[in-house]
Design a protein around this ligand. Structure first.
Ligand SMILES: Nc1ncnc2c1ncn2[C@@H]1O[C@H](COP(=O)(O)OP(=O)(O)O)[C@@H](O)[C@H]1O
Ligand SMILES: N[C@@H](CCC(=O)OP(=O)(O)O)C(=O)O
Length: 371
């Protein structure tokens, strides 16, 4: 089997006791599985929750924290303990780990995105297992919405990983939440995460988890866009459970991808960048962008929203308000406000040195449409 890059996300529900505290036995089992994957030559990155689980008792709380402030403080106490557990467990297999804490802004800022990539790349080259978590004590949205699923998808994209394995308390995606509906049936294979399937999933989660199956499917959809295969399932006994998953013998859900990975530049534009504005385009420009793979010219721009500078990323919508993609603009909003709807020859004679295209086709990414 070809050596693969595998991102394994371990949710709180897969590493805690019923009391909510971290279970070293559960962690140890997962570490053994990862060690098996590494021994056969795969590159493994772990995205691990569990900081709150490791920290809340030391914060003198009786149960899992409820407020954001308590969660952030518990994570600050617990992250060091979590990493210490990983370090001791991996050392038993003579493997070293590195702690990497990331936030959403580390992906939306292109320089930080490239720095994160270069650090992770070097760690993998030196055979060190990166153990990633959100930088919880400064993140707000993330800690509430189960975004370690999303973070794991972002990491899979960053590394152009072959696999994203979401280890959780349910053995895969069911037609409905199996804990609520005994009639729920497992779904062994999903070729593409449709809007209809997403809407069927709710956000109900396990006692100590955060995002439930909805956030996992959204993350899976995101990872598929990067060309990564996804597996959602439970940690199983035995030494080769993770290896079995990669070899197609997992009992959970496989979410397949048929997309080749996009180039890193297009990936950053399409999936990680922050949007600084929105352009509405007419039917001719929509056709040129979507079907004819041409650049966006000022004559096709109907309206400009937001303030942006040359080099920033904007979203492009059609006249019905549907997003068709994103791209890097060649001119600031103050120029485009005046140039919109104008023919190229008039623009060139009015503004010396202004580029002909609003968005060059090399800097354009169409948003994938799933029905
Ligand atoms: N359709 C579904 N299929 C499987 N599990 C579901 C579904 N809908 C909701 N769930 C819930 O999602 C939980 C797993 O998500 P979560 O609690 O966030 O775990 P984690 O800590 O791994 O992120 C399951 O225990 C289950 O209660
Ligand atoms: N970053 C937090 C966990 C947040 C989170 O996404 O949890 P989960 O839904 O269990 O993956 C922690 O380390 O406790």
């Amino acid at each position: 089997m070809r050596k693969q890059t595998v991102v394994i996300k371990i949710g709180s529900s897969s590493l805690t006791h019923v009391t909510g505290e971290v279970s070293v036995d559960k962690l140890s089992h997962i570490v053994q599985q990862v060690a098996t994957l590494k021994k056969v030559g795969h590159k493994v990155v772990i995205v691990s929750s569990g900081a709150v689980a490791c920290g809340f008792r030391l914060l003198k709380l009786n149960g899992r924290p409820r407020t954001i402030r308590e969660k952030q403080a518990a994570a600050a106490v617990g992250q060091g303990i979590l990493i210490q557990h990983y370090r001791q467990l991996f050392r038993q297999s003579r493997m070293e780990i590195a702690q990497v804490l990331l936030n959403r802004s580390d992906f939306s800022d292109r320089q930080r995105y490239m720095n994160a990539l270069s650090t992770l790349d070097l760690l993998l080259v030196r055979d060190i297992v990166p153990v990633i978590n959100e930088n919880d004590s400064v993140a707000v949205e993330e800690i509430r919405w189960g975004d370690n699923d999303f973070l794991a998808a972002q990491v899979a994209g960053l590394l152009q990983a072959d696999w994203l394995v979401l280890v959780t308390s349910a053995d895969g995606v069911y037609t409905y939440n199996p804990e609520m509906d005994p009639e729920a049936k497992p779904i062994p294979y999903i070729s593409s995460v449709s809007q209809e399937l997403l809407e069927r999933m709710d956000w109900t989660h396990s006692k100590f988890g955060t995002g439930g199956m909805r956030s996992k499917l959204e993350a899976a959809s995101h990872a598929s866009d990067f060309g990564t295969n996804v597996y959602v399932g439970k940690a199983k006994p035995g030494d080769t459970w993770l290896l079995d998953v990669l070899e197609g013998r997992g009992t959970g859900t496989y979410i397949g991808t048929h997309e080749p990975p996009p180039s890193r530049k297009r990936q950053w534009i399409g999936f990680h960048s922050d949007i600084s504005g929105r352009l509405t385009v007419d039917e001719g420009a929509e056709r040129a962008l979507e079907r004819e793979h041409r650049s966006l010219l000022p004559c096709g721009v109907v309206s400009v929203e937001g303030q942006f500078e040359e080099g920033e990323v904007v979203e492009v919508v059609n006249k019905r308000g549907m997003t068709i993609g994103r791209g890097v603009v060649n001119m600031p909003s103050r120029v485009l406000e005046q140039a919109k709807g104008m023919q190229t020859k008039d623009i060139v004679s009015r503004w010396k040195g202004v580029p002909e295209e609003v968005i060059h086709r090399d800097n354009w990414v169409q948003t994938s449409v799933k029905s």
